[in-house]
Ligand binder design. Structure first.
Ligand code: GAR
Length: 217
């Protein structure tokens, strides 16, 4: 049974999707803890309601980033995780933290990496006139929003989209590709080598969401 710890900062809808699919599909795994850097993260209530240990490591309590990272690592390690999942965790983590969990630290980012690392991805994709957008699940490396790609989803950008409409379309696919990626990890189906990730059975590491017809006015 693989032990999963999920880090959140807010809503936690990706965390919910992982918890629900893990239970519904009987993965050889359990989400043993949800940890937030913000005491007001809505996702904490979901975790508690589902009997999952919910904890807060408030980043504001530490002046130094490294001290916060250490406190966070301590809280994580108390649960002896096989996998640490960043699900809307909005703090930058230092290189020491990332190295500690090398090969067992996953993140989801709402863009088609390596395009648009950082914040406001949907706004930037719209400003750039992108016709496609999406999300990326990747192993975390010390470089922000960078690292071996496990799975990507692709959605069309519709004329008339604002960043909220685009974010919602991408988020719906995040709820598919993140649980799928975590499932492959706990089943030992992800093979990491030379900075690339292969799915052992050759399953597609890509989700192309149905393209609704473009709006013509
Ligand atoms: C998701 O869209 C996730 O991809 C993004 O934050 C949202 C969290 O939603 N993550 C990042 O931007 C990380 N760089 P959720 O809390 O409902 O899962």
């Amino acid at each position: 049974m693989k032990r999963i710890v999920i880090l959140i900062s807010g809503r936690g809808s990706n965390m919910e999707a992982i918890v629900q699919r893990c239970a519904a599909e009987g993965w050889p795994a359990a989400v043993v803890a949800v940890i937030s850097n913000r005491p007001d993260a809505a996702g904490l209530a979901f975790a508690s309601a589902h009997g999952i240990a919910a904890a807060v490591v408030d980043h504001r309590a530490w002046r130094e980033r490294a001290a916060f990272d250490q406190a966070l690592a301590q809280a994580i390690d108390a649960h002896e995780p096989d996998l640490v999942v960043l699900a809307g965790f909005m703090r930058i983590l230092g290189a020491d933290f990332v190295r500690r969990y090398e090969g067992r630290l996953l993140n989801i980012h709402p863009s088609l990496l390596p395009a648009f690392p950082g914040l406001h991805t949907h706004r930037r994709a719209l400003q750039a006139g992108c016709k496609l957008a999406g999300a990326t699940v990747h192993f975390v490396t010390p470089e922000l929003d960078h690292g071996p790609i496990v799975m990507q989803s692709v959605v069309p950008v519709q004329s008339g989209d604002d960043e909220h409409a685009l974010a919602a379309r991408v988020l719906a696919t995040e709820h598919v590709i993140y649980p799928q990626s975590v499932r492959w990890f706990v089943e030992g189906l992800l093979v990491l080598g030379d900075g690339l990730v292969r799915q052992r059975e050759g399953r597609p590491q890509l989700l192309v969401a149905d393209a609704a017809p473009p709006v013509h006015r």
